[in-house]
Design a protein around this ligand. Sequence first.
Ligand SMILES: [Zn+2]
Length: 404
Amino acid sequence: MWKVGNGERINIWRDACLPNRPPVHCNWRVVHDYGIQKVSHLISYLHGGWNRTLLDMIFPLLIVASILAILLATNRGEDVLFWPMAQDGFYTTKLGYRFVSKHQHVGVASSSSKVFYPPDFWSKIWGSNALPRCKEVVWRACLSVLPVRVLLRACGMEVSTECPFSADHEEFVAHVLLLCEAVRGCWFASNLGVCWDPSSSSFGDAMQALVSAMDAEDVGRVCAMIYALWEARNRVIFDGQPFDLGRVLQRAQGLLADEGAASVQLRRAPVMHSTWQRPSCCVYKVNFDAAMSQDGVAGFGMVVRDEEGAAFAAATASSFYALSEAVGEVMRLRWAMSLAVDLGFRSVCLETDCLQLFEVWKKGGVGRSYLATLVQEARSLSSFFDVVNLSFIRRTGNCVVDFF
Ligand SMILES: [Zn+2]
């Protein structure tokens, strides 16, 4: 998508620059009479903004609102292409893939495997309380991308296809993880007490049937068991260590204990402060917030306080058009900063509850997106202050201005 700078390179009728809707309905007579082709034709250089009169003459109200939401940078640079789905506006293959997956329903599971898995099967696996690496092995086994010998041979590798545990069978996923005699013994001896039917041939089908009636804890046990078996298989092949039933069961149990320790550690993680914190001496704290209505109109609020918590200034403003909530928040930040400059506050500590804004600010506003440009503009106001910093605060700590 195009980010509007001076509008010279963007053709209104051919190029995408509106985030939501293309300008399909318009007053063609006016367009023809005024010879309107480029976005620059809609910008009034006299007033330094959009030519509202012209916009109203050409487009319906909804389109006008979304054009007005495009904020024109004060230093009107060149128009640049950016990727709207990325925070910094830069395109990466990963983001492109995510976009295609979302819009064309090209899931990994459906493209890599002929077996169909219902979504609740995956949510059971991923939602279980096993370690991520255990779930991943199960996922790979279900999609037949676990590098078992039969698969490696099919890919052209010169390897034996024998089962590493007993040489009685070829090494398919279902055989090595469920059906080989030694492995079946493991499953039966475990807390799960599963007795596999040796005639079942698909790992995925067997898994679906097994976990369908299980709770998250048991599904976690299944994942840990599969991981322990895969590890034992690798030990046999790569380290020449014989298969040991007791060791596999112990390992599966140990993996669950690791998971328990991990969750305990997680609960002990430091809690972020969520109450209002005093600024240091002679520094004024500026809290600000933006709220958006459904039609993209933003309203703002801000309050300036000293280290005693006494309010020195407060202001509100409304009816600003903004592309998104985060863009609304940066507009607010820029507005709050310029207001603080005008009011003579030289040392300020700004607080926001918008994580996206905070992250872009931390990175110095690098990027091609509108958000990044606005953050750069706001940062350029820093030179008017002796001290200025922006910190992130959770919503409850910012409730003084969170009034929408
Ligand atoms: Zn075997």
